[in-house]
Design a protein around this ligand. Structure first.
Ligand SMILES: CC(C)(COP(=O)(O)OP(=O)(O)OC[C@H]1O[C@@H](n2cnc3c(N)ncnc32)[C@H](O)[C@@H]1OP(=O)(O)O)[C@@H](O)C(=O)NCCC(=O)NCCS
Length: 277
């Protein structure tokens, strides 16, 4: 059970067998614009390919646009997890949901779509520091988001979720589709193969539909594209068709003679109230 204090700080947030050791160890509270540079260096850089990183300016702007929606888990002064929330109105029809890019904007600050009276929180981006992954901290964060939803009077908790291990999977299975991957279950417990989708599912997430072109990075020059290929995990890149490259990330690159575009699919989901957490 979580315990929301008046000043917006969550303490002793984690419950459950795997989370017992986390009890009281961390603090969950919003990060401020001035924390953005630390969040960028500690969490964004180690977790994201250079073409996908939110800059420190973007992270700071998110905290100005929606201060209640930019949460971090802190170990002392060190942020070890952060999550970016958006606020929008959901009309109950999954077909009407925007893409990730439409909802967050370019740069991805959420400033043009933020709706103070929106009935939905969107979990748009989460980063667990690599040293802290696999310890169950996603539950701590999802519980904090659930508390925020209550505090803000929001009905739905949703997200355009990134199946973050699809890149790894598609390196082994270059022709795999995102649909096949999302539907892939582990034999032992019939839970999603993907860790983020699995953690979400265990916390009551129901998938709504694929967000096909969730994130698109257009107009990358051919030379920038070549630099990425050489400098960012070069061993992961694989040409699967004359102008199509897998790169170890969730999306693919479509590269022409002069320019390239990166396209990534996510999955829209909603956390049911009667989830399993
Ligand atoms: C994807 C990412 C957030 C996952 O974080 P993580 O620390 O590995 O995940 P966790 O340890 O919290 O959760 C995974 C485990 O906790 C379990 N868990 C989470 N909530 C649970 C609950 N309520 N009950 C039981 N188990 C739960 C998960 O099922 C999983 O256990 P398993 O692997 O034994 O099945 C992290 O790898 C990351 O930050 N990646 C880089 C950035 C990224 O791609 N972000 C995602 C898209 S924005």
């Amino acid at each position: 059970m979580t315990n929301l204090r008046e000043n917006g700080v969550l303490m002793g947030v984690a419950v459950g067998v795997r989370q017992e050791s986390l009890l009281g160890k961390y603090e969950v509270r919003p990060y401020k614009p001035e924390d953005a540079i630390t969040i960028y260096n500690e969490l964004e850089v180690p977790n994201w390919a250079p073409w996908l990183r939110a800059s420190a300016e973007t992270l700071a702007k998110r905290a100005e646009v929606f201060p209640d929606g930019q949460l971090a888990v802190w170990e002392g002064k060190r942020p070890i997890v952060n999550i970016s929330l958006s606020r929008f109105n959901y009309d109950g029809n999954p077909d009407n949901l925007s893409t990730w890019d439409e909802l967050m904007g370019v740069p991805a600050t959420g400033k043009d779509t933020f709706d103070l009276n929106g009935n939905a929180l969107g979990m748009m981006s989460i980063n667990v520091h690599p040293d802290y992954q696999g310890k169950g901290l996603t539950k701590v964060v999802i519980d904090a988001v659930k508390d925020r939803a209550v505090k803000l009077g929001v009905t739905h908790i949703m997200g355009s979720f990134r199946p973050s291990q699809f890149g790894e999977y598609s390196t082994q299975n270059p022709n795999a589709s995102i649909k096949e991957y999302i539907d892939k279950k582990r034999k032992e417990d019939n839970m999603p193969h993907d860790a983020w989708l699995r953690a979400l599912t265990k916390n009551g997430m129901r998938m709504l539909r694929i967000d096909d072109a969730a994130m698109v990075i257009p107009d990358v020059t051919r030379s920038e594209f070549e630099d990425y290929k050489k400098s960012y995990k070069p061993e992961k890149w694989k040409q699967i068709a004359p102008s199509v490259w897998r790169c170890g990330e969730t999306g693919v690159w479509l590269a022409g003679e002069r320019s390239a575009v990166y396209v990534e699919s996510n999955v829209w989901g909603i956390l049911d109230k009667n989830g399993t957490s």
